[in-house]
Ligand binder design. Sequence first.
Ligand code: DAT
Ligand code: MG
Length: 135
Amino acid sequence: MNKTFVMVKPDGVARGLVGRIVARFEEKGFKLAQAQLMQLNRQQAEVHYEHLNEKPFFGELVDFITSGPVFAMELHGTNAVKNARSVIGATNPVEAAAGTIRGDYATDVASNIVHGSDSDESAEREIRNFFNINS
Ligand code: DAT
Ligand code: MG
C-alpha cells in the first residue's frame, strides 16, 4: 500500500521540530495528503495505543501523548509504511541510527518524537481515526 499515518508527538511539536520532520519525509519522496495539528483526548489516545494496553508504561504513554498538541499526517509514497519507519528509526533512540529522526532528535524511548504506522492495516485504521474519512 502507498499510504501511511505519521504523527509528530507532543515533544516534537513543543521543540519546534514539525517543519524539519515534515521536510525529512518530503525529501525522502513522500507527499503530504492530509495534515492537522490536534489535541488528543484520553479516549483517542487509548484507542491509538490499544495494542499496548497491558504494558507497564501504558499510563505514562497516554499521559505523554495527551500532554500537548500533536501534528498528524497522512503521507503517500511507495511502500509507505516501511519507508516511513526507516525515516523514523528504531523505537528506542539508543538503537536508532544517526540520520533517522529518532537517531538525530531523541534520547528517551518514552519521548521519541514521532509515530509511524506499523502495518497497512494500522495505517488504514489510524488515518480513519485521526481524519475521520475513508481515505
Ligand atoms: P513504535 O512507536 O516504534 O511503533 P511501539 O508501537 O512498540 O513502537 O510503541 C509505541 C510507543 O510506546 C513508542 O513509540 C514509545 C512507547 N514505548 C515503547 N516501549 C516503551 C518502553 N519500554 N518504555 C516506555 N515507553 C515505551
Ligand atoms: Mg507502533
